[in-house]
Ligand binder design. Structure first.
Ligand SMILES: [Zn+2]
Length: 146
């Protein structure tokens, strides 16, 4: 099997059996966003302990690429401290699934969950941090993803 085939299989597999799929009822922060072009619609719930994302789950519906990237992203973020989660880049997510050269029209499918995650952190930190300039930077990061 070529690399492209392996990645394709991974995407199909994640879309059928997404990981970290579900809700966290006692979440500390939740955020929703959608990609109307494709119909992807994702919520991310996070539990934050001190400066660590102790649990993260997503729910909603999306195409195979959206579900696969949400699975991979939540797996990367789970257990990490907020600083590291903030630094998760689009290449981190796309690289896991060999999607670096994804067509522009599908990039929103792949990065919707990262946008939701950054927006959720923004919303959380906005309520918990004194220094709002730092938080505004995060908002810009989320807005400039695609
Ligand atoms: Zn999609």
């Amino acid at each position: 099997m070529s690399n492209a085939d392996i990645y394709h299989e991974m995407i199909i597999d994640y879309s059928r059996n997404p990981i970290n799929y579900g809700k966290i009822e006692d979440h500390d922060v939740t955020f929703h966003d959608s990609n109307p072009l494709c119909g992807d619609s994702i919520d991310i719930d996070m539990k934050i302990d001190g400066d660590k994302v102790s649990d993260i789950k997503f729910h909603g519906k999306g195409c195979a690429i959206c579900m696969a990237c949400s699975s991979v992203l939540t797996e990367i973020a789970k257990g990490k401290n907020i600083k590291d989660v903030r630094n998760i880049s689009k290449t981190d997510v796309l690289g896991e699934l060999g999607l670096e050269n994804l067509q522009a029209v599908r990039i929103k499918c792949a990065l919707l969950s990262l946008k939701v995650l950054k927006s959720a952190l923004y919303s959380y930190l906005g309520k918990h941090l004194e220094d709002s300039s730092d938080v505004d930077k995060l908002k810009e990061e989320a807005a400039s993803l695609y």
